[in-house]
Design a protein around this ligand. Sequence first.
Ligand SMILES: *Cc1c(COP(=O)(O)O)cnc(C)c1O
Length: 396
Amino acid sequence: MQDLIYLDYNATTPTDPRVVEAMLPYFYDKPGNAASRTHPFGWIASEAVDQGRQQIADLIGAEAREIIFTSGATEADNLAIKGVFELYQRKGKHIITVQTEHKAVLDTTAYLEKIGAEVTYLSVDADGLIDPKELEAAIRPDTILVSVMWANNETGVIQPMAAIGEICTRKGVLLMSDATQAVGKMPVCPREAGVHIMAFSAHKMYGPKGIGALYVSYRQPRVKLATQIHGGGHEAGMRSGTLNVPAIVGFGKAAALAGAEMKNEAVRLAQLRDLLENRLTEQIEAVRINGSREHRLPHVSNLSFRYVEAEALISTFNRRIAVATGSACSSATLEPSHVLQSMGLTDDWLKGAIRFSFGRFSKESDAVVCVEAISKGIEALRAESPVWEMYKEGII
Ligand SMILES: *Cc1c(COP(=O)(O)O)cnc(C)c1O
């Protein structure tokens, strides 16, 4: 893997060695079940879980009891949306979300539509942002949940959560946010933003895979969710199953590290991102930056190269630079990105979209090598492209 370059941090991040170090004792020396009350093995595990929970809560300005552990953000999204739908049906069956959400949200609301939910999918503007006024107009007396992601996984675009939270609080509607890409990368405080339920995941912030969390507001308002996984009553009855102690310890450590390092890291990564974008837009014709440049995570760049097939482009460097085309989760199907489609990109731009996402172990040389590879690849592809020639001659 030595000469490969990883620029796909939004798909997953490597586990930070300091996180692995913190986890190791809990596999063998400290193997207890955190629910065992009768011996020190259980107490030690339970204390480790308490500490992890507190570290995670601290990162998002929450209380420890507001953190419910799940297997990841997908499960947390499911628990939040299905859990609200099941419990609040007496008030109504209307849910509002956004066209550019992650599939973990969209597939869940699509499922609920089959069992009686009515769902409004808000559109976004060319920058990928929703209009809070449109959201407000979409809220009805029977609306039980609004679900808006904090930052988009494909473009890094950050939604105006405080404005959205103000509207939902004023209208008395629960607000849930998939903040998987935002937590640990930018300051995120659900209570301050008026977000009542929030999903996130360890493996997007240098923690281990297979552990995530749902923030569930405990007071003002006290949010209750219908249990989706029964058995044993762990996690305040909201999510049963033996807690994954090493993963929780790692998640906690990852949260503490993110809290301490986020500020400097954001500046450093924005420089790498800017280097990449500036050089590519200088060297290559017909490039566009997808998504708001003002409201965007610092480490993400989604670029479209007109009349270029992204798949063909990454083949020119033998896939030795790891980047994403379309959305990683559905790229097996080679469908154009639903996020970029919602932003109004036409076919000639859609097919040539690539997401570059930098992270903790990215170096300036990674950005430089990437610029060279992309520039060379595009030059080669366009030199042989009849469509490009037609475009240059003004025929299309
Ligand atoms: C990665 C991601 C998910 C899924 O998280 P898992 O922990 O892998 O289940 C959900 N939402 C967003 C925005 C993501 O980026």
